[in-house]
Design a protein around this ligand. Structure first.
Ligand code: SAM
Length: 323
């Protein structure tokens, strides 16, 4: 039985928590691989597929001249995707200072990016963005949280702070888009484990839960390992009905939540989605090396990991203000 929101006790203050520091350290100490090293990686096609999903999501919701806020931009892996859709401006933020510096560097090395960008190191789920963002009333047309929002689900306080930050800096009519692990997929997998088993894995990833007797809405922690990427990093399940309910409180309504494999199938099999704003997403699968020139795509083990994620999109429909 899931506890209701009202039954949740808020125990922590919105501060730079121990877990947030652990997550920041994790990403700060990850080596940056060059293109050759990335091509040799056992998760090469998995990364390519996740990049393709982000390209589709970004392409679907972004218009020429849009302003973008990326709350968890990492090393700037999405810069080219934003360039492709002709945005006007990007504000990139991340808790990991080293990643932010790498994103800034990557931007500076782009030839004719076609958009302005600035980057800030900031805990986007534990603090108001107004701590750092300039101007303080910055408003974007798109707020993007790619493969990072689940870190906010440590507590209700953090989720609310994250949603306040999104809504405060999003225009009415603007989109809030992201990718996160699919809690239904994860819980189904956890429940299918025999006896007191709490972990599962294949050759590229491992998920380890701490318990399976309770399913709290916030703070349902697991440890995630992904070959060549993450080593036992603490993460949290995103209870999607709670996410929808809270997002509504901050003036945002769900457009869709679609598991990655379904998103892929829908995109390539629906002509209006496959050919959008001058892009052909089926061809992009080849250009982005999801399928390489030898016809190789993600291995079965990589494919299992890609299926763990979902894509979501919300629209800001109402004004929301903290005052
Ligand atoms: N969005 C990037 C991408 O798709 O390439 C990076 C994804 S990486 C898997 C997750 C990112 O979330 C890391 O860069 C991490 O530092 C960032 N992150 C985690 N907690 C955060 C927080 N509280 N505030 C801002 N960024 C955070």
């Amino acid at each position: 039985q899931q506890p209701t929101l009202e039954e949740q006790t808020i125990v922590d203050k919105p501060s730079y928590s121990k877990i947030a520091k652990q997550v920041a350290d994790h990403y700060n100490t990850r080596p940056q691989f060059g293109i050759e090293k990335r091509q040799e990686s056992t998760i090469f096609h998995l990364r390519a597929f996740n990049n393709w999903i982000k390209s589709v999501l970004i392409g679907r919701h972004t218009d020429r001249n849009d302003k973008v806020l990326d709350m968890g931009c990492g090393k700037g892996g999405d810069l080219r995707k934003w360039q492709k859709v002709n945005i006007r401006e990007l504000v990139g933020m991340d808790i990991a200072q080293v990643s932010v510096e790498q994103a800034q560097d990557r931007y500076e090395k782009m030839r004719n990016p076609g958009f302005k960008a600035r980057f800030y190191s900031q805990d986007c789920y534990g603090r108001p963005l107004t701590d750092t963002i300039q101007p303080k009333d910055y408003k974007a047309n798109i707020v993007s949280l790619q493969f990072c929002m689940h870190y906010a689900f440590e507590t209700e306080v953090k989720v609310r702070q994250m949603l306040q930050n999104v809504s405060n800096h999003l225009e009415i009519g603007g989109r809030f888009v992201g990718t996160i692990p699919d809690c239904y997929w994860m819980v189904k997998k956890l429940r299918s484990l025999k006896g007191d088993q709490l972990e599962w894995s294949n050759s590229v990833y491992k998920v380890r839960f701490e318990q399976k007797s309770k399913y709290p809405v916030f703070g349902h922690k697991y440890w995630f390992t992904l070959k060549d990427a993450l080593d036992d990093c603490p993460e949290y399940l995103v209870h999607f009905p709670t996410f929808i309910k809270l997002a509504r409180e901050y003036g945002m309504e769900l457009l869709y939540r679609t598991p990655s494999h379904q998103y892929y199938m829908e995109t390539i099999s629906t002509p209006q989605l496959n050919n959008l704003k001058g892009q052909n997403y089926r061809n992009l699968l080849f250009r982005m090396n999801v399928i390489d020139e030898m016809g190789r795509g993600p291995s079965p083990d990589e494919w299992e990991v890609t299926g763990l994620y979902l894509a979501f999109a919300f629209k800001k429909v109402r004004h929301w203000s903290s005052s």
